[in-house]
Write a protein that binds this ligand. Structure first.
Ligand SMILES: O=C[C@H](O)COP(=O)(O)O
Length: 252
C-alpha cells in the first residue's frame, strides 16, 4: 500500500538558527496534530544531523536534498549514500530539476545516484518533469517517460519497493503557476501506467507519486484529492510552518 507523503524541500534557504526554529515548530505541530500523511523535510546537508536530533522520527523524517553518484573517495564536496546512512538519514531527493539544470545532471548520473541509494536501502524521491517548451510542444509524456525509464534502467522490480516519484513540471516550480489538478492527475496516471508496463502492477500500485510546483495551502487539497496524486514535494511554502502544516493537513 502506498503512503501519502508531504515533503518540504528547503533548498538553499535558512540560516542554521532559522532552520532549527522551523524544524522545532514543525515538530511541535506534527506531534500535537499527528498528521495522517508522512512528513519529510529536506534541509541543507550541513544541518541534517542537528535537525534529525530535534525531530521525533515518528512524525517528521529528515531527507537529504541530493547524494553523490559515487560510492566513496576523491569527490570533493560530495556526500555519499553511506555517509547519509551513517548519520541515520534514510531518504534523499534525486534528480531535482534545479540540479539537472545548474549541475548538468543527466539521466545517467541520476541512475547512478539511485543505485547508490538502493545499495544503502535509502528511499529515493526521484524528481521528473518537463520544461515549458516541452509542454507547449506536447512532449511532456515522452520526456517524463524517458526520465523515469533512464533513471530506473538498471533496477529490477524487487529493488523498487521504496521508490517515490515526484512529478514537478519545471514551469510550475517557484513560479506561482500550478499545474491544474486535471493536468497533474493526467500525468500521474501516465507515470503509474509506465511503471505498470515496465515493472508490473505491484511497483505501480505501491509507488507514491508526489506533485511539486507551487503547492500552497489553497491548492493542496484539490491536488491531493486526485486519484494518482499521493502528496506533494513543496518548496517555498515549506519554509513557513503555518503554510506547510496547512498543506500537510490537506490529508484529513
Ligand atoms: O522541490 C520542490 C519544488 O521544486 C517545488 O518548489 P515550489 O513549491 O517553490 O514551487
Amino acid at each position: 500500500m502506498r503512503n501519502n507523503i508531504v515533503a518540504g524541500n528547503w533548498k538553499m534557504n535558512l540560516t542554521f538558527e532559522q532552520a532549527l526554529q522551523l524544524a522545532n515548530d514543525l515538530n511541535a505541530w506534527a506531534t500535537e496534530n499527528k498528521p495522517t500523511a508522512k512528513v519529510i523535510i529536506a534541509p541543507t546537508s550541513i544541518y541534517l544531523q542537528a535537525i534529525q536530533e530535534i525531530v521525533d522520527g515518528d512524525f517528521v523524517q529528515v531527507a537529504s536534498q541530493d547524494v553523490s553518484n559515487s560510492e566513496k573517495g576523491a569527490y570533493t564536496g560530495d556526500i555519499s549514500a553511506e555517509q547519509l546512512d551513517s548519520i541515520g538519514i534514510n531518504c534523499a531527493i534525486v534528480g531535482h530539476s534545479e540540479r539537472r539544470e545548474y549541475q548538468q545532471e543527466t539521466d545517467a548520473i541520476i541512475a547512478q545516484k539511485l543505485e547508490q541509494l538502493f545499495n544503502k536501502d535509502i528511499t529515493p524521491i526521484l524528481c521528473v518533469g518537463e520544461k515549458l517548451e516541452e509542454r507547449q510542444a506536447e512532449k511532456h509524456f515522452d520526456v517524463v517517460k524517458s526520465q523515469i525509464l533512464n533513471a530506473l534502467n538498471p533496477q529490477k522490480a524487487e529493488n523498487l519497493t521504496k521508490l517515490v516519484i515526484a512529478y514537478e513540471p519545471v514551469w510550475a516550480i517557484g513560479t506561482g503557476v500550478t499545474a491544474s489538478p486535471e493536468q497533474a492527475q493526467e500525468i500521474h496516471a501516465f507515470i503509474r501506467s509506465v511503471l505498470n508496463e515496465t515493472y508490473g502492477s505491484e511497483v505501480a500500485e505501491n509507488t507514491s507519486i508526489l506533485y511539486g510546483g507551487s503547492v500552497n495551502p489553497s491548492n493542496a487539497e484539490e491536488l491531493f484529492s486526485q486519484k494518482d496524486i499521493d502528496g506533494g514535494l513543496v518548496g517555498g511554502a515549506s519554509l513557513k510552518v503555518e503554510d506547510f502544516s496547512q498543506i500537510i493537513a490537506a490529508f484529513k
